[in-house]
Design a protein around this ligand. Structure first.
Ligand code: SF4
Length: 374
């Protein structure tokens, strides 16, 4: 197959579904790690077509959603300072911090700019040598390489008025944390294909063996998801727990060596807090000592942050797969994309946003009738 729409072919989807139905003999719970996969599943109604015994648990793989409130509050504080140009991808601007968001900072006079690449921020720094330009570097193994490369370029070009506010996270330690949770119900993982296109698959066999879980690297189109599910349930029914690559058109076993080399040069592994989950050992990156001068947290002394999570938001449970978004009392009533209480309702990869976009009329019509239109 050459074109993306071929990965949405209804006839091939039906055949995969038939095979999945013929394979499943008992209840299983699979977690799709990535929020992009969650959106594809909910958008195409894939979960509703699977056998009743098969549950898809939505995982924590949404970069905006897992960025800790403390980091967002630091971003708000830095962006409010005179002489600072604060650059970010657009979806971070609506994420609520304690009492405000980046849009609010901009409306109060802060120089907050939406960019489409970290290199845009570097260009702004070159063009405005009298300003301090900060880029909000969040996300998984997918967004970390371009951010690393931008810091590398800043150092190479001697651009000293550029810095990165870093909140990068890594998927394999999160899988380990999920498996170690006493409330874990996950029996297999659909691993995030785009993460593996960067990092390869070599981190996964040890996890599959230690926790005896199948891990199938899976893409994002409907046929990709169904093929990932098909391979996963085949392993579960056979009592196997190996790593399979169901996304070979994008993922090579070794990943992307150039991107990995850039990550290894610019970043070092560190413990990192995940919003709603807590600190996961070794689950993040920070700038290594060679690049520490480009770390916004070192450049700007930010103290006295008192974070307050919204009391009604249960996004921590959503991110751990313990709660479906529509089971949250605030879903679609006091929490909508226009007035979000939590980041999972803001992000284009957030599970609450997926349910609101594609399921809100199915799941809670009585509650939603009384709510404002988002
Ligand atoms: S629906 Fe809103 S309040 Fe509820 S968990 Fe999701 S983001 Fe939080």
């Amino acid at each position: 197959m050459k074109y993306l729409d071929e990965f949405q072919d209804p006839e091939l989807a039906r055949r995969l579904l038939d095979e999945i139905h013929a394979t499943v003999t008992r209840p299983w719970a699979l977690m799709e790690v990535c929020g992009g996969q969650t959106h594809s599943i909910i958008r195409h109604g894939i979960d509703q077509l699977l056998p009743d015994q098969l549950e898809l648990i939505h995982g924590p793989g949404c970069p905006v959603c897992v960025t800790p409130l403390e980091v967002i509050d630091k971003a708000l504080e830095i962006a409010s300072r005179p002489g600072v140009v604060f650059c970010s991808f657009g979806d971070m601007l609506r994420v609520p911090g304690t009492g405000r968001d980046l849009f609010r900072v901009r409306s109060e006079g802060g120089d907050v700019r939406v960019v489409y690449s970290p290199l845009d921020a570097l260009r702004i720094a070159q063009q405005n040598p009298e300003k301090e330009v900060v880029f909000f570097g969040i996300g998984f193994e997918t967004t970390a390489p371009p951010n690393a490369m931008t810091v590398y370029q800043a150092r190479r070009l001697g651009i000293r008025n550029f810095s990165l506010l870093v909140s990068h996270v890594r998927v394999p330690p999160a899988i380990e944390a999920i498996m170690q949770s006493p409330s874990c119900r996950v029996q297999a993982f659909l691993a995030a294909g785009h993460v593996c296109s960067v990092m390869g698959v070599e981190e996964y066999p040890e996890l599959a063996e230690r926790y005896r879980v199948p891990i199938v690297v899976t893409g994002f189109e409907p046929l990709d998801i169904l093929e990932g599910v098909r391979r996963t349930v085949r392993q579960l029914e056979r009592g196997e727990h190996t790593v399979e690559n169901a996304y070979p058109r994008a993922v090579r076993p070794e990943g992307n060596p150039a991107a990995r080399a850039m990550l290894a040069d610019v970043f070092e592994v560190t413990d990192r807090a995940w919003r709603g989950i807590g600190v996961i050992p070794g689950s993040g990156w920070r700038l290594s000592a060679r690049y520490r001068e480009f770390d916004a947290e070192h450049r700007f002394s930010v103290t006295g942050i008192n974070t307050v999570e919204p009391a009604d938001c249960r996004s921590g449970e959503v991110l751990q797969g313990l709660l479906k978004p529509n089971e949250c009392e605030a879903f679609g009533t006091t929490c909508t994309p226009r007035n979000p209480l939590g980041a999972t309702m803001v992000s284009s990869e957030g599970a609450c946003a997926a349910y609101y976009l594609y399921r809100r009329l199915d799941v809670a019509p009585a509650r939603l009738e009384a709510s404002p239109v988002a």
